[in-house]
Write a protein that binds this ligand. Structure first.
Ligand code: GTP
Ligand code: MG
Length: 425
């Protein structure tokens, strides 16, 4: 019987019993709290928003500290993500906080590249967690979990609605991360415009099928407040670490010639709502959702991509061992197929080469025969010419001899004549 079925069977058979005296397992929740407190927690926030929209200021305001911030320029050749990790402590609780911020978001011509970098970053963090889980020697308890737990998406207060870059980025991220949209610099927009903008943003998110993080309403201790807060999304926030004296107390605020915007005043903006929802009430749910929903989806797709599955085509459970064996067999068969293909390729190539060589040999032979023929013809032509020359030479010699004879005869005749003439006289 498979182990899950066995567990269900055992659960059914479990007999309810009440110990007659105090045993002590009611301290289990305390043990968990103590253990978690001593281990510390980690939380990772990703801030996405155009350059100068107020990301760093809001982080400083949220955690009441001064993180290392450096201004980005509008001329980054491509989007970058800057991650910084800090150790924070409140009472006895230690929090390892990582703030990841976009640098140069929306400043490039190619908008697709912008969100692709963010998707890649989120996937890389999931991948390193998966690799740690798959290791033989795992050390998940002291492994620094860098998966993004919350993504604050900063919406510019200046437009009438979301930009196409906002929609496409959120659409590509909503299955990977908990998106909390915020309207940045909410002090720069009038109350009625803000109201309209909020409604417009939410309707655009719905009509584009974008799933933003909903504060959970299944835990009754926080169901009421969370349900109420879901109705205030997206939060309109103002950030500032400047302290301003208001009556007998100092408050964080932004001071203008016409008045003061108090960051923590709920009639001025939703900063307190965001802080409460993000940090005090739902931080653990954000961590849990990241692990059970987003990471689980990544892990499932990745393992399926690698060929692992829980059920075979006949809906029978498949163990990792079986999948491994199957994959091994497939790999060996593939290897053999490739070897066979290579061998056939080799034979084919040899045959082709042989044919090529034979053709070259034949061509050479033909050429040789042609040359031989040419040579024979030229030789016989030369022979003919020599014979004719020899004939000419012998004819010439004969003529020369005849001429010489004729010449000597006429010379003799002349001498005889001369002699006769001389004797006669
Ligand atoms: P980069 O990291 O350079 O992209 O900028 P950023 O998004 O971190 O913005 P940052 O927090 O550096 O703020 C940029 C400017 O906006 C600063 O002058 C802030 O004082 C101002 N600012 C930040 N928050 C608010 C806000 O809520 N309202 C108004 N009016 N100004 C703000
Ligand atoms: Mg910044």
């Amino acid at each position: 019987m498979p182990s899950s079925a066995l567990c269900r069977q055992m659960e059914k058979n479990a007999r309810p019993l009440a110990p007659s005296d105090h045993v002590g397992f009611d301290s289990l929740p305390d043990q968990l709290v103590n253990k978690s407190t001593s281990q510390g927690f980690c939380f990772n926030i990703l801030c996405i928003g155009e350059t100068g929209i107020g990301k760093s200021t809001l982080m400083d305001t949220l955690f009441n500290t001064n993180f290392e911030n450096s201004e980005s320029s509008h001329f980054e050749p491509q989007l970058k993500l800057r991650a910084q990790t800090y150790d924070l402590q409140e009472s006895s609780v230690r929090l390892k906080l990582t703030v990841v911020s976009t640098v140069g978001f929306g400043d490039q011509m190619n908008k697709q590249e912008s969100y692709q970098h963010i998707v890649d970053y989120i996937n890389t963090q999931f991948e390193s967690h998966l690799q740690e889980e798959l290791k033989i020697k795992r050390s998940l308890h002291n492994y620094h979990d860098s998966r993004v737990h919350a993504c604050l998406y900063f919406i510019a207060p200046s437009g009438h609605s979301l930009k196409s870059l906002d929609l496409v980025t959120m659409k590509n991220l909503d299955s990977k991360v908990n998106i909390i949209p915020v309207i940045a610099k909410a002090d720069t927009i009038s109350k009625s415009e803000l109201h309209k903008l909020k409604i417009k943003i939410m309707s655009e998110l719905v009509s584009n099928g974008i799933q933003v993080y909903q504060f959970p309403v299944d835990d009754e201790t926080v169901a009421k407040i969370n349900a109420n807060m879901n109705g205030h999304l997206p939060f309109a926030v103002v950030g500032s670490t400047d302290e301003v004296n208001m009556g007998n107390k100092t408050v964080k605020a932004r001071q203008y010639p016409w008045g003061v915007v108090q960051v923590e005043n709920e009639t001025h903006c939703d900063f307190v709502k965001l802080r409460e929802m993000l940090i005090s009430v739902n931080m653990e749910d954000l961590r849990e959702q990241t692990h059970t929903r987003h990471y689980e989806l990544y892990r499932r797709c990745k393992l399926e991509e690698m060929g692992f599955k829980d059920m075979d085509s006949e809906s029978k459970p498949v163990s990792v061992q079986q999948t491994y064996e199957l994959k091994r067999q497939e790999f060996l068969a593939e290897l053999q197929k490739r070897e066979e293909e290579m061998k056939q390729n080799f034979v084919q190539r040899v045959k082709e080469k042989e044919a090529e060589l034979k053709e070259a040999e034949r061509e050479l032979h033909v050429r040789y025969e042609q040359l031989k023929q040419l040579h024979t013809e030229e030789t016989s032509e030369l022979e003919e010419k020599r014979r004719m020359l020899e004939e000419e030479m012998s004819f010439f010699s004969k003529r020369k001899a005849a001429a010489e004879l004729l010449n000597s005869q006429s010379l003799n005749n002349k001498k005889d004549k001369d002699r006769k003439n001389a004797g006669f006289w």
